[in-house]
Design a protein. Structure first.
Length: 212
């Protein structure tokens, strides 16, 4: 199985990737600003599940196809980017209704829907796709055998680091949001900023990555 040294080295590499804000982190922050702490943590859970689907894909050999095919990679990236823009526009249009969630005048968005949106962003994250396809296999000890099992174990290490880091980002952002909640105008501005951030993130995701 995977040695302790390899696990620690992979955990350190994962931390360096995760701690730098990317699509998943920025999406969690946007959700925290727009909907609060619960939505942020539910989004983190969805992101984590989406990321682990990528781990399973790499373990089964699908990740290599995504990494080597420009068409498949680009399609997946653009679908993820379009979804981010859609969610950003939706958040922007609904910014004026945010204050109602504090007064009880509007029903909160369902946890399952929030979980699904986080999952969709996590599974379409170009940065994570490249990391799992290109970096994850390098930490597998093929001499020990059980290569898919080793990859799944390393994926759990990545997810553990991601849950901690992303949750911290989400909780900090949600705490800042609470300060704005006393003013409908300020809360509307925060909701709009979260929507614009998601739109900008979607555009960034679409414009970056492989060009070969």
């Amino acid at each position: 199985m995977v040695s302790t040294d390899r696990l620690l080295a992979f955990a350190a590499m994962s931390f360096l990737l995760i701690v730098i804000p990317g699509p998943s982190v920025l999406f969690v922050v946007g959700r925290a600003l727009a909907q609060g702490r619960r939505a942020a943590l539910t989004t983190v859970a969805g992101n984590t599940l989406g990321a682990y689907v990528l781990v399973v894909a790499v373990a089964l050999g699908v990740g290599a196809v995504v990494e080597r095919s420009v068409l498949v990679f680009t399609t997946l990236k653009l679908v993820g980017a379009a979804y981010l823009v859609y969610l950003g526009v939706k958040a922007w249009r609904g910014r004026g209704a945010l204050h109602a969630s504090f007064t009880g005048d509007a029903p909160p968005q369902g946890s399952l829907r929030t979980l699904w949106e986080g999952f969709a962003v996590g599974v379409a994250n170009p940065k994570t796709i490249v990391f799992f396809a290109a970096v994850l296999p390098q930490f597998v000890d093929r001499a020990q055998g059980y290569v898919p099992v080793q990859m799944l174990l390393l994926g759990l290490v990545f997810n553990a680091v991601a849950v901690v880091c992303d949750s911290v980002w989400g909780l900090v952002a949600a705490t800042a949001r609470d300060w704005f909640a006393s003013s409908p105008r300020r809360l509307s501005m925060v909701g709009g900023a979260g929507g614009l951030a998601m739109i900008g993130l979607g555009v960034t995701v679409a414009a970056t990555g492989r060009k070969d």
